[in-house]
Structures are given as C-alpha cells and as structure tokens.
Design a protein around this ligand. Structure first.
Ligand SMILES: Nc1ncnc2c1ncn2[C@@H]1O[C@H](COP(=O)(O)OP(=O)(O)OP(=O)(O)O)[C@@H](O)[C@H]1O
Ligand SMILES: [Mg+2]
Length: 413
C-alpha cells in the first residue's frame, strides 16, 4: 500500500507498506525532514528504513499485551501491525498518521482528539466477542503501548485511558491513585488517576494529557538523538540530549520523578514511561511530560513478607538500584516532608475499600504502608546529608537494557 506519512497536516514522507506484514518496504521521498519522528536518522536526504520501521512497530500494541493473542485470533488478523494500518496509525499520544494514496482523508476529519472513535476494538481487548461484519477499527486502542489491558474511552466528552492490573493482586490501578496523591502533596506535575470497577475488577482512569496541539516523545526516542559515548552515564546522556534539542531545563523534573519513584519503589520507569512534550506544529519543546504510569510499584507483584523485607526491588531507567539513582537528584530543597507524614494513611485509605478486600488483605496493606513510610524516612535522612550534592558523572550501576515489565507469565496465577 502506498501512502504518505503525515504529521498532523504536514506530509512528511512517501512510503510503501507491505500489505501482509504492515512493514515499511520503501521510503520513496522525504518531504518534511524536520517533521520525521524524533531520533530517525537522515543521511543525504535518505531516511533510515530500519529506524522508521522500529518506530512504526513501536506504535503497534506489543505482543506482550495481556489478552492480545486472543483478540487477534477473534478478529482473524495476523499481527498488531495490521491493526495499525486499519486505523491509519492514529493515536491519542501524538499526531502522526498515514494517508493512503489517492485518499481524500484530512487530519481534521480523522484525528481522534476532535472526532469520536469506535468502541469495537476496546470491547474486544476487554474480552467481548467482536460485533461482526460492520466491525469498526477506527480506534486509538490499535496504537496504544504497554503490557496491561487497556482501552481509550470518551467519558463526558473527554478522552480517558482505562487500564487494568496484573494478577494476582491487580494492584496497579490503586498504585496509580496513590502515586497521584503523593505527587499532589509534593507539587509534582502529574497525570491524575482514579480507580473504577468493572465486572469485579479494578481499573485506573486518567485523562489524555496530550492535546491536538502537543505530543509525547518518549525518553527512548530522545536518547536516540545523540550518540552516547561509553564514559557518559545514561542519566547524563539524557540530560545532554534534552539540552541539545533546546528543551527548558529538565533536571528539576527528573529530580521529582526520581524522588517519587524512590518513595513508591517503582520498578518499571522504563524509557517509554516518561518523556518530553513538544508542540506538534512548531516543534517547540515544552518540557517533561507530566508523570504517568507509576503503577508497577509498592510491591505490586510481591507477597507481604517480600514487601516488608524490601529486597529485590528493580530500579529503572538510569540506575539499577534506587539508592544509586537517588544520588542523581540535584536538589531536595523542594520537598516538604511534613506533607508526606500521612502517606501511610493515603495507602491504607485507597486500598481498604470493600471491593478491594478480595484482592488485597489487611496484612498486605500494612506491609505496603509501612514499607513506604520507611522509604520516606530514609529519603529524609539522605536529603539532610546530600542537600547540595556534588555533581559527578559515573556509569557505575547504569541500567544496560530497557525492557518493560512483562506480566504475561504471571497471568492466571
Ligand atoms: N494519559 C495519557 N495521555 C496520553 N498518552 C498516554 C497517557 N497514558 C499513557 N499514555 C501512552 O500510552 C502508553 C501506555 O500507557 P501506560 O504506560 O500507562 O501503560 P502500561 O501498560 O502500564 O505500560 P507498561 O508496559 O510500561 O507497563 C504510554 O507509554 C504513553 O505513550
Ligand atoms: Mg507504560
């Protein structure tokens, strides 16, 4: 299929997609190089096809998504990349899409920010049988990333992401809400999450933080804008890339994200779980995106005794251990520890609902609350000693590979 890669209303490149696999077979011309996805290399006007394919593949639902195999079987579709083609690659997190050759489609007529979209794909992803012959694939669910079961819905005119948790505790939706409240206390720019229940299962709900004028560019893409040399740490490389792009100072926002992740013992802040916002039209960098996806934290997949022991906590994206990552924080002065005194209560309140009882018992709740309180104490002690840390750059303890947490082996536990 011949089509134009579009960035909102701008034609970026003429490409050809394989009709069976959905791969980009050919890039015939690049018409607006500055609008290519961030991190794609252009050499003498020629765009790197493998890089563009990696970007295109990353737009599709990952193979590790909970329930995706069943959904593809039900719809008789070979791969999640073919789902992408069916919705013109449109998303609610950025402004890229593909316009088939000779089609009259326009951004204004197709984009999901201003136009309604179908619930059909979301229904299938949530386990319902497909609607039949008039199944409508136009949905941003075809371009949503991440392993957890999720769907977009228009609620009271607003685009909202509804996301489940992994078995056996399904704790992630509650964690999102707890993290939101902790960030309220600390004045950290974040996406507010709440919890809803459907068919006896908890889901987190948050609004789209991207608008028809802005877009999210993941840290993974930002890191590809410059070559990293062996002696530069991943943290410093990220800061350097942001500086080179001309973003406003992102260090204060990184400080806040690292501190939050220390408090909630986040285990999955991989490079697609944070990023920068830019204007899709002017390409001007706005700054760090508000903090989102903080659910794989607070011992979400561990038993109470493991949470109490506080061992084996994975850390990402910069260092392998939270204690090391905390050393990257440039200032702790902004933290009002008095506002964190009731974090144990926040956790207990969010987790102690009648409906949550079946999933999370009292012993687990107190283990989670106590562990968080302990981490806040050690953060406070650390902050007192390291208030004006001397910036040094070291690659020691750096995270080498970046893989999102895969919940599939644990499903059905
Ligand atoms: N509120 C939002 N507004 C716009 N885009 C969002 C929003 N929340 C998430 N996204 C986009 O959707 C992707 C998937 O969402 P999210 O990271 O919350 O899912 P997940 O399944 O928890 O991911 P993971 O695989 O990291 O566990 C994000 O990487 C981001 O690109
Ligand atoms: Mg994620």
């Amino acid at each position: 299929m011949k089509c134009t890669l579009m960035h909102k209303r701008i034609a970026v490149a003429e490409i050809e997609l394989d009709d069976v696999s959905g791969y980009i077979q050919k890039i015939s011309s690049v018409t607006a190089p500055e609008h290519l996805p961030v991190g794609i290399t252009l050499r003498k006007g020629v765009c790197d096809r493998k890089e563009l394919n990696d970007w295109w593949t990353d737009r599709s639902i990952p193979a590790s998504r909970s329930g995706i195999r069943e959904a593809l079987e039900t719809l008789n579709i070979a791969s999640t990349k073919m789902l992408l083609v069916r919705c013109f690659g449109l998303s609610l997190s950025d402004q890229y899409w593909i316009k088939p050759e000779n089609s009259e489609l326009t951004w204004d007529a197709v984009n999901f920010f201003d136009n309604p979209f179908s619930d059909d794909m979301g229904d299938v992803l949530f386990g319902q049988p497909p609607k039949g012959a008039d199944f409508d694939f136009s949905s941003p669910d075809n371009t949503s990333d991440g392993c957890l079961k999720k769907r977009w819905k228009i609620i009271d005119g607003k685009r909202a992401l509804i996301k489940g948790g992994s078995n056996p505790f399904r704790q992630q939706p509650f964690n999102e809400m707890i993290a939101s409240q902790v960030m309220d206390r600390l004045g950290i720019d974040h996406v507010p999450y709440s919890v809803i229940w459907s068919d006896g299962a908890p889901y987190s709900v948050c609004e789209d933080f991207v608008t028809a004028d802005t877009e999210l560019v993941s840290a993974w893409r930002i890191l590809h804008t410059q070559k990293q040399d062996n002696s530069t740490s991943r943290y410093q490389h990220f800061v350097n890339c942001c500086k080179a792009l001309g973003t406003p100072d992102i260090v204060p926002a990184l400080d806040r994200m690292i501190v939050l992740d220390f408090i909630i013992a986040n285990e999955d802040r991989h490079l697609n779980n944070f990023g920068l916002l830019r204007s899709a039209e002017t390409l001007e960098w706005i700054g760090m995106a508000p903090v989102f996806d903080s659910g794989s934290s607070l011992g979400y997949d561990k038993v109470a005794a493991q949470i109490r022991a506080g061992r084996d906590i994975t850390c990402k994206p910069f260092k392998k251990h939270h204690a090391e990552q905390l050393k990257l924080v440039s200032s702790f002065e902004w933290i009002d520890f008095d506002r964190l005194r009731d974090v144990g209560e926040i956790i207990t309140d969010v987790l102690s609902t009648e409906q949550a009882k079946e999933l999370i018992d009292e012993n687990r709740i107190s283990a989670i609350a106590e562990a968080a309180e302990r981490r806040i104490q050690s953060l406070e002690a650390f902050a007192m000693v390291h208030d004006s840390p001397v910036p040094t750059d070291s690659t020691e303890d750096d995270v080498e590979v970046d893989v999102a947490e895969d919940y599939t082996p644990k499903m059905g536990m």
